[in-house]
Structures are given as structure tokens and as C-alpha cells.
Write a protein of this length. Structure first.
Length: 102
């Protein structure tokens, strides 16, 4: 099975689909500036797989939006991705819109 990544803007949300890993993120990396214009939310619910390079990309996207004077919140975070965020101790710098105090 070929690994793929696609993205589409829906209002102020950028929806990622497929796999976000070191193999698939190059094309998105090259188009990240244009893809993030006007984006406030990153919907990751349709990602089938994310590796550490994908998590690093998400961190970069959040930092980029902050530099632009905005913010970027993850939505649709799966349990697998939530586990990666916890393992890397990133919950304070990789904001998830659907985090609930617990």
C-alpha cells in the first residue's frame, strides 16, 4: 500500500487525511505556508498514522501560526496520537482543542 497524505481547507480548518510521516510530509512541507493561510484548526481525525516526524511537523505548524500572530489547535486527536503527545511530553506546547480537564 502506497503511503499518501492529502489536505484540504474547510473554512478555518485544515483537514489532513492519510499518513503523516517522514515519507509523506515533504510535499505538504513545501506548501505549508499557503496551506495555513487563514487556518485556526488542524483536523487530524482522518490521519491513519502519524510518526515522530509527523508530530514534529504539527509542532512546526503551531509555531508558524504563532509567529504569524495567530494560533493553531489540533482537533480530532486519536488515542494513538494523544499517547505520542504524552510520551514526548508535548501537551503544553501542542494544543488540542478537544482537551478536557481531567
Amino acid at each position: 500500500m502506497a503511503e499518501t497524505l492529502s489536505w484540504q481547507a474547510e473554512d478555518d480548518t485544515l483537514v489532513l487525511r492519510g499518513e503523516l510521516d517522514r515519507v509523506t510530509l515533504l510535499q505538504f512541507w513545501e506548501q505549508r505556508d499557503a496551506a495555513l493561510a487563514g487556518i485556526r484548526f488542524l483536523d487530524v481525525s482522518r490521519l491513519e498514522r502519524v510518526d515522530s516526524a509527523g508530530v514534529a511537523m504539527m509542532l512546526h505548524l503551531c509555531a508558524l501560526q504563532t509567529q504569524r500572530g495567530g494560533s493553531l489547535l489540533l482537533t480530532g486527536v486519536t488515542e494513538k496520537l494523544r499517547t505520542l503527545i504524552a510520551l514526548y511530553k508535548l501537551h503544553n506546547i501542542l494544543p488540542c482543542a478537544d482537551d478536557r480537564p481531567g
